[in-house]
Design a protein around this ligand. Structure first.
Ligand code: F6R
Length: 606
């Protein structure tokens, strides 16, 4: 995680660094800091907490200098306080870092032996002292090359030097880094998003590369220190304006935007006049794929799980899913006829990227389902299916989840059609139902008041459970994840049928349990499981869909009915009340909904 910005300009940079750091807060918000060079000295200012704390710091307001680096931190080594905040500086060198230096303990020992004094508990500080040490004998390029060779682990770095006040060094291994080009100034940033307000001309560094950013030009170097040429890419759009509008939080806005998320996806991928799916330039023939493996983290993993149910139902493909952090360390048997699909909102998640990298090294087929189309995962996959849900700011993924599952559902339908696994009539019917989905989501979003009251019970409880079967099981996991990350309430998602194999022991008088039981193939079975938890004292919130048939069960605490549609699409609607439940629970607790504690929007460390 952590966000990096660097600016080399002919005008003061501190205000622009602060603005860029605000954009980067989705990468971490434990602390923030910046350093500039002015009058032959490195000035460093750091604050605990949000960028607004840094902005209010009087030292920043008076900070001069036309070259500088800034950082937002998501703590890995050392407490989230102002001492451990970046930049870390010696007298000569100042460094901002995203990643983890795995051999920092050994390096620190070596550097202390050489007389270097450490101020923080971070792994980053070793980089500062290593460069300082190497600069005693080497020029900038050689000292950087040597330093990078000594580091184990992952990093994106921004470095400034007191004695070279006209340049910023950027370097990358594992963690992403981009260079931007402006008029009489050039930039360094963790990603294009941070740079978009300043430029749409970007170069991405590849693993092992480093660069020297001067005001009027940028030089790139390979790991060996050889000069290399790199392409300048033009980003597709200029900066997207994104604010909360009349909403209190981005999350509330993003939940309400979901009908549009689905509309955008439908407009992009469905050919309504021909009842077909537009997936152009798909690089493989349908007979070249016999199985599919879906990989992601967190909510994106839940999208993969959701997709597994659909792919198995609609296609004859073998389907596997994996959590990226597990996939990358297992002994995988890569198969040429498997399509490996990487699901990610940010497209920068370190574990998902590493899993993609492994697949690329094995020469198998790779496809990305991402929101950020300029991201590393999108750039490095053979084929990309964008989610088109627009920028998602709230740390808890909402509209990106619906966007991801929509695209995966569409992919399942298209592969089924290509492979003749689905009859055209059935396919057409599913396309017609899909077209109606935005309206149904809009109607389901109206359930506000009831959920607000219900959320009180969850807030007062020690813990809660979310149960579902079949298509509803991934949604139960997602509902539990949303509640725990936003309201800090223990919540467990479970397959409804598994309760009696252990977790039933947790149920006690008054424990809130969400049961997802839409009128699908699993309905009766789930209702039986619901009765088992009610019999043990649980307060059940039943979430089902509207139907002419009454729910036959006694002692249900509360019922919420979403709109009705075909079985495949019910998961989209069931998600809505769960997102709202998490939102209102956190709102009532007064928590920071868009930036829950200990988390970051883009998880760029493993
Ligand atoms: C939870 C959430 C996270 C992300 C996960 C993967 O609400 O947002 O679990 O889904 O960190 O992130 P991406 O999708 O950017 O790869």
């Amino acid at each position: 995680m952590c966000g990096i910005i660097g600016i080399n300009s002919n005008k003061p940079v501190s205000a622009t660094i602060i603005n860029s750091l605000k954009k980067l807060e989705y990468r971490g918000y434990d602390s923030a800091g910046m350093a500039t060079i002015n009058n032959g000295l490195i000035n460093e200012v750091k604050s605990e907490g949000r960028v607004e704390n840094l902005e209010k710091n009087s030292l920043v307001q008076n900070m001069e200098g036309t070259i500088g680096i800034g950082h937002v931190r998501w703590a890995t080594h050392g407490l989230p306080n102002s001492i451990n905040a970046h930049p870390h500086s010696s007298q000569n060198v100042s460094v901002v870092h995203n990643g983890i230096i795995e051999n920092s303990t050994i390096l620190k020992k070596f550097l202390i032996g050489k007389g270097h004094k450490f101020k923080s508990q971070t792994d980053t500080e070793v980089i500062v002292h290593l460069i300082t040490e190497n600069l005693k004998t080497d020029n900038i390029v050689d000292s950087i090359k040597k330093t990078l060779k000594s580091l184990h682990g992952s990093f994106a770095l921004g470095i400034i030097f007191k004695d070279q006040p006209d340049l910023i060094v950027g370097a990358r291994r594992g963690s992403p880094l981009a260079v931007g080009y402006g008029p009489n100034e050039n930039y360094l940033g963790s990603d294009s998003y941070a740079l978009k307000s300043m430029t749409n001309k970007i170069t991405y560094l590849n693993d092992g590369e480093f660069c020297i950013i001067k005001r009027d030009h940028v030089e790139f170097f390979s790991e060996e220190g050889t000069k290399i040429n790199k392409k300048v890419l033009k980003l597709s759009s200029t900066e997207e304006k994104y604010d909360k509008g009349d909403y209190k939080h981005f999350m509330a806005k993003e939940i309400e935007e979901q009908p549009n998320t689905i509309k955008n996806g439908i407009n992009e991928y469905l050919d309504m006049s021909n009842k077909d799916i537009n997936i152009y330039n798909f690089p493989w023939k349908s007979n070249e794929i016999t199985s599919i493996t879906l990989i992601g983290c967190g909510t994106a993993y839940h999208s993969c799980l959701m997709a597994k149910y659909w792919f198995e139902e609609i296609t004859s493909l073998d389907v596997n899913i994996d959590i990226a952090s597990e996939f990358r360390y297992r002994k995988n048997r890569f198969k040429k006829d498997t399509l490996y699909v990487f699901v990610s909102q940010s497209g920068e998640t370190a574990d998902t990227y590493a899993a993609l990298d492994l697949c690329k090294q094995s020469g198998v087929k790779t496809c990305a389902v991402v929101n950020v189309v300029e991201s590393s995962i999108a750039r490095d996959s053979e084929f990309v299916l964008p989610i088109h849900c627009g920028t998602e700011i709230g740390v808890a993924s909402t509209k990106a989840f619906l966007g991801q599952i929509l695209i995966l559902y569409i992919l399942a339908l298209k592969l089924a059609l290509w492979r003749k696994d689905i009859e055209k009539n059935n396919f057409n019917k599913k396309i017609d139902d899909l077209k109606k989905l935005p309206k149904l989501i809009e109607q389901t979003l109206l359930i506000d008041n009831k959920i607000q009251t219900i959320s009180n019970t969850f807030n007062e409880a020690k813990g809660s459970m979310f149960l579902g079967r079949g298509f509803s099981y991934p949604i139960a996991l997602e509902g539990a994840l949303k509640l725990k990350e936003l309201s800090y309430i223990h919540a467990e998602g479970y397959p409804a049928g598994e309760m009696k194999h252990g977790p039933l022991a947790l149920i006690e008088e008054g424990m809130p349990v969400v049961v997802l039981a839409p009128r699908d193939n699993y309905y009766k079975k789930t209702i039986s499981n619901m009765q088992e938890v009610i019999a043990r004292g649980a307060k059940v919130l039943l979430i089902t869909n509207k139907s002419k048939d009454e729910v036959i069960s006694e002692n249900i605490w509360e019922t919420i009915e979403v709109e009705s549609t075909n079985e495949d699409l019910l998961p989209f609607l069931l998600t809505i009340p769960l997102q709202k439940l998490a939102y209102y629970s956190a709102l009532k607790k007064g928590y920071d909904i868009d930036k829950p504690r200990n988390l970051a929007k883009s998880v760029t460390v493993e």
